[in-house]
Design a protein around this ligand. Structure first.
Ligand code: 13P
Length: 364
């Protein structure tokens, strides 16, 4: 049996662990604002706004100009490369605006999904080439954590063993490289909600995918205390005819996580995966109230479920900017409560926050 050669010093480990804990300290989660230029095209087209660099900047400014109310519910913001180097109207760098609120800055470092030849439409994620150099630069430019998204699909023939093994390995390589540069890796093996599978199958696949990934992280000597996991919640497929309560979804999710995620992992930050804003908050709240022992922080790292109302309020108009910012603050506060199991629901089942945000075969 080989032993591990020294990799991270005690100081490096402490730095990673401190960063991870700050991001997920009680009542805090993550704003995923790292949509690629291509994903932003889809978001902006929906509201009739052209996908230009200036419009993307204006939109991110709507989110980042939220006042101090978000300081207690947002622990980290994930940026896309372009956004990391953009400024607000008054010249303040976006990175500075976020750091001034005591919020940590993260960066999406993967370069998107690509086909895995010979599989039934499965993918891996590229971006390892030059990653070490990019991490070194991003750390200098203010980033303390990173995100890398892999995608798995549920069907009668998938996920294949190849897709699980390959995606686990690429996530482990990415995590190992980030940690060498003082960057906390968020590992994201997203299982898409596409399909008509039931809750049980979703739980089974989630357990297999996470088990393969934590084996790979161990093989690559990744320091788990300095990582965060970004999983899907265990939900039925989008096309499943059976309906499940938030309590059932929470039980399936926490059961799968307890069977597969080591307690050393600093925190679990769920993606919203096409759930409506309200659904994502209610389910997170139920997860935090699940009666099973939960050794990690269980919180949010939402893209769509933190931004949908803000985006549709903004509509590219300057005069709507502050109302849109308020919508974002509202969702951030609600999810901060849900992350502590203290959210009782909006009581409004027909509002915009209840609209499904599902996108088939979602890219990011
Ligand atoms: P959603 O919350 O919109 O699923 O996206 C989160 C994310 O960052 C996916 O990588």
């Amino acid at each position: 049996m080989p032993h591990q050669y020294p990799t991270l010093s005690i100081e490096q480990k402490k730095e990673l662990q401190d960063i991870a804990h700050r991001i997920v300290s009680p009542g805090k989660g993550i704003l995923a604002a790292d949509e690629s230029v291509g994903s932003m095209a889809k978001r902006l087209t929906q509201i009739g706004v052209e996908n230009t660099e200036e419009n993307r900047r204006q939109y991110r400014q709507v989110l980042f100009s939220a006042d101090s109310r978000i300081n207690s519910c947002i622990g980290g913001v994930i940026f896309f490369h372009e956004t990391l180097y953009q400024h607000a109207d008054d010249g303040t760098p976006f990175v500075q605006m976020i750091k001034d609120k005591g919020i940590l800055v993260g960066i999406k470092v993967d370069k998107g999904v690509v086909p895995l030849a010979g599989t039934n439409g499965e993918t891996t994620t590229q971006g390892l080439d030059g990653l070490s150099e990019r991490c070194a630069q991003y750390k200098k430019d203010g980033a303390d954590f990173a995100k890398w998204r892999c995608v798995l699909k549920i069907s009668t023939t998938t996920p294949s063993q190849l897709a699980m093994t390959e995606n686990a390995n690429v996530l482990a390589r990415y995590a190992s490289i980030c940690q060498q540069h003082g960057i906390v890796p968020i590992v994201e093996p997203e299982i898409l909600p596409d399909g008509d599978h039931d809750l049980k199958r979703s739980q089974y696949v989630t357990e297999k995918v996470l088990t393969a990934m934590y084996k790979a992280l161990s093989d690559h000597h990744v320091y788990l205390e300095g990582t965060l996991l970004k999983p899907n919640m265990v939900t039925p497929g989008h096309g499943c005819s059976a309906k499940y309560s938030a309590v059932e979804i929470a039980m399936a999710t926490v059961t799968a996580l307890r069977r597969t995620v080591p307690p050393a992992v600093a925190g679990i930050t769920f993606l919203s995966g096409g759930q409506s804003e309200e659904e994502a908050s209610i389910n997170l709240n139920a997860i935090n109230n699940c009666p099973l022992p939960k050794p990690w922080a269980l919180t949010f790292s939402y893209g769509r479920a933190l931004q949908a109302s803000a985006l549709s309020t903004w509509r590219g108009q300057k005069e709507n900017a502050s109302a849109a910012t308020e919508e974002f603050i509202k969702r951030a506060e609600v999810n901060g409560l849900a992350a502590q199991g203290k959210y009782s629901g909006s009581g409004d089942s027909g509002g915009a926050a209840c609209r499904s945000l599902y996108v088939a075969n979602h890219a990011y």
